[in-house]
Design a protein around this ligand. Structure first.
Ligand SMILES: CC(C)(COP(=O)(O)OP(=O)(O)OC[C@H]1O[C@@H](n2cnc3c(N)ncnc32)[C@H](O)[C@@H]1O)[C@@H](O)C(=O)NCCC(=O)NCCS
Ligand SMILES: Nc1ncnc2c1ncn2[C@@H]1O[C@H](COP(=O)(O)OP(=O)(O)OP(=O)(O)O)[C@@H](O)[C@H]1O
Length: 203
């Protein structure tokens, strides 16, 4: 049987992790998360972390040898050339993690959380695409609150991604997270019971 692979995406801080956590706790679905793989790619001792330290100097590391993520974020969300370079060294690892996890899993349904699904062109990796939406103003407010960023830093992060309206236009399912958590989770309950993946299969 073909696996149901749900690609969960959206803008930064629109609510992807909130949806993924619910799908895991309420439906017991395995979650494969690009952000987790991307963090693993730069763990201490990795060749990627060494490449990053060569490019930006030892100052990009914390005292314990781990990557100073805040500092690297300051660089790459301001300069698209640096972001492209970082993506070129991290994304192959992330893709490989997804392929391996999908192949090894015996579950019929898997949730793939991929913030940059459209930007990186991973549409074909999944069988259906869910986009979590909230307005750019709410995105900005939630990002500032959660990550303790100033408004300029939050705007830089939001602008480094495809506009949320364009993501919505490409979605199979849109989860509107402009309201309460309860309203979001009700939409997830409806979405998980739809059989889009079956209707999308080639005849
Ligand atoms: C720059 C880094 C070190 C900042 O780390 P930080 O802990 O502050 O953020 P975190 O990794 O938790 O990401 C939070 C969100 O930022 C957004 N984001 C991350 N990387 C990017 C990027 N290259 N372009 C646009 N948005 C991004 C995503 O929405 C993500 O969910 C980190 O985001 C990173 O290594 N990015 C490059 C790898 C990447 O592209 N990851 C995205 C998933 S593959
Ligand atoms: N309906 C809501 N109302 C208010 N706050 C919310 C709502 N949904 C999520 N949030 C808050 O917004 C923030 C972003 O949510 P979440 O971490 O799920 O987003 P994300 O898309 O996974 O973010 P990232 O792209 O950074 O990984 C969190 O602090 C979360 O608690």
């Amino acid at each position: 049987m073909t696996k149901r692979l749900i690609g969960l995406t959206g803008g930064i801080a629109t609510g992807k992790s909130t949806v993924a956590n619910y799908l895991h706790s309420a439906y017991n679905l395995p979650i494969l998360d690009a952000d987790v793989y991307a963090k693993d790619a730069v763990s201490i001792g990795s060749s990627t972390l060494a490449q990053i330290a060569t490019r930006y100097g030892k100052e990009i590391l914390l005292a314990d040898g781990n990557l100073n993520r805040q500092k690297l974020g300051e660089i790459v969300f301001k300069e698209s050339e640096e972001r492209n370079w970082l993506e070129s060294v991290i994304h192959p690892y992330v893709r490989n993690c997804f392929s391996q996890a999908i192949n090894e899993s015996s579950a019929n349904t898997l949730v793939l959380v991929i913030p940059l699904l459209f930007e990186v062109g991973l549409e074909n990796l999944v069988s259906e695409i869910w986009v979590v939406y909230c307005s750019p103003a709410q995105q900005q407010q939630r990002l500032i609150q959660r990550n303790h960023l100033n408004s300029e830093q939050a705007t830089a992060r939001i602008n480094s991604q495809l506009p949320i309206a364009e993501k919505v236009a490409k979605a199979d399912i849109v989860l509107d997270n402009s309201f309460t958590l309860e309203s979001l989770l009700k939409q997830v309950d409806v979405a998980i019971n739809k059989n889009i993946h079956i209707t999308k299969l080639p005849i």
